[in-house]
Design a protein around this ligand. Structure first.
Ligand code: SF4
Length: 451
């Protein structure tokens, strides 16, 4: 049962010292209750209280971490059924399958595409996250050789090790060292041995079930054996069954706090059909509906890119606009005769405007004013893109020393701001730029300094 902020407050030292970066213990307790900060942020809370609060405030879907360092992959930690209720926390992992019954060329191709296929969108680098290594021949030697090949072939790949043999998994996990893999898969028959392997490796274990009921049984057996970090494969191998199981598991965990299903799901679109396009469709359904990981049979750009984009959209926090940092952005090498353009820090605005400027090849100073992620008109209406604020930013930016003219271009719909801004910036001439970003290239090419 989740604790309220007041219940958490009772267990805090109540020093109101602010060392947790929050001014009061009450505010800190409220944030812990809302899942916005960790109880560990308070250095004075007792271990006993930490354990109680940590357990009670843990998300209904357990947080599972794989790998280490910059490439660490985190899944789970979800707290809601619908994105608009709060937000989805950790994006679905995209994995590609390699197997001991594949040829070297097939494996090499998958590793090469895993490393190469990455895309940039609104400043975010998007790529696949994991490589699954399957022991298809029930043979430890060929499995460990493939694990080593994947480890050597990709420094950033997180691994899913798949075998029915606990000893084989243990050998694979040993090779991974600090790159802690996800292990797969424990059944009712081998739960004890698999739990021992996972404990020895400090890795999460995946339940390999035949259906949802069986999944609960295996999950309970692993928890009884002392494992806390699990993932679940309910055994569904049709899109309908996988969709239903994902929904039932998420609902049971979030609404009913049902622990045996409170783990990220691992799903296998690669086993659901032979048609790559259909596989991509199935994967897109499962990304939208709660999959912790999807395992694909291969990675190809035309299939991977739309899945990455869908994932980016679904896992973007709807309550927090994507922003870029307030700064002066020199685009295509501007100099003292280059135009100066100013706009807001809503990342979509930034990328559209900067894209048009770069496309025009007109060297330009782009000033990005912090508007807390609001678009130009909304920011102006909300008082975050007012003349006084813009003037202060322009003065602080040092632009007056960087250019030998005094033209400030504001693209968009803010003609009403012109007079006010000219009063705030008496040395500058305010030019209202084109309403559409697409018209910026022509505008910038024709622009001549006024003085
Ligand atoms: S660090 Fe701890 S004691 Fe200090 S204000 Fe934060 S919660 Fe309170």
């Amino acid at each position: 049962m989740a604790l309220t902020g007041i219940q958490i407050l009772k267990m805090l030292p109540k020093k109101n010292c602010g060392e947790c970066s929050i001014p009061t213990c009450l505010a800190f307790a409220m944030k812990v209750a809302a899942g916005q900060v960790e109880i560990d942020d308070c250095p004075y809370v007792s271990d006993e209280a930490k354990a109680t609060i940590g357990e009670a405030s843990a998300p209904p879907i357990r947080t599972i971490k794989l790998g280490t360092g910059e490439s660490q992959f985190t899944m789970g930690a979800e707290t809601c059924l619908y994105r608009h209720e709060k937000r989805f926390v950790n994006q679905t992992g995209i994995a590609v399958l390699t197997s001991t019954d594949m040829s070297d060329a097939d494996v090499d191709g998958r590793i090469e595409r895993f490393n190469r296929l990455e895309y940039e969108r609104v400043g975010v680098i998007m790529m696949a996250d994991l490589i699954a290594v399957k022991d298809a021949k029930n043979d430890e030697a060929s499995f460990t050789a493939l694990v080593q090949k994947v480890l050597d072939g990709s420094a950033r790949a997180n691994l899913i090790l798949m075998s029915d043999s606990a000893a084989t998994l243990a050998a694979g996990a040993k090779l991974c060292g600090e790159r802690t893999p996800l292990l797969y898969g424990a059944t009712l028959d081998n739960a004890k041995e698999m739990a021992a392997v996972a404990q020895e490796a400090g890795a999460a274990m995946t339940v390999k079930a035949t259906n949802l009921d069986n999944c609960v049984e295996v999950s309970e057996a692993l928890m009884a054996a002392g494992l806390k970090d699990l993932a679940i494969d309910t055994g569904a191998r049709t899109v309908r069954a996988a969709f239903e199981d994902n929904v039932v598991a998420r609902r049971a965990a979030v609404r009913n706090k049902f622990k045996p299903l409170g783990f990220p799901t691992v799903t296998f679109p690669c086993d659901m059909c032979d048609d790559p396009m259909m596989e991509a469709m199935i994967a897109s359904v499962l990304i939208a509906k709660y999959a912790g990981i999807i395992v694909l049979s291969d990675l190809q750009g035309d299939i991977l890119f739309p899945l990455l984009l869908e994932r980016l959209n679904i896992f973007t926090d709807p309550q927090r606009p994507m922003v870029v940092t307030q700064d002066v952005y020199p685009l295509t090498g501007p100099g003292e005769d280059s135009p100066v353009v100013i706009t807001c820090n809503f990342s979509l605005t930034y990328f559209i405007v900067s894209g048009e400027i770069e496309g025009s090849k007109v060297p330009t100073w782009l000033l990005i004013k912090d508007t807390e992620g609001l678009s130009v008109l909304t920011a102006w209406a909300a008082g975050k893109f007012g003349a006084d604020m813009i003037a202060k930013f322009v003065n602080d930016s040092g632009m007056a020393e960087k250019v030998n003219h005094r033209d400030l271009i504001i693209p968009g719909y803010l003609a009403s701001l012109k007079g006010e801004l000219e009063e705030e910036l008496p040395d500058w001439k305010i030019i209202i730029g084109p309403r559409e970003a697409g018209h910026l290239p022509v505008f910038l090419k024709e622009w001549k300094p006024s003085k």
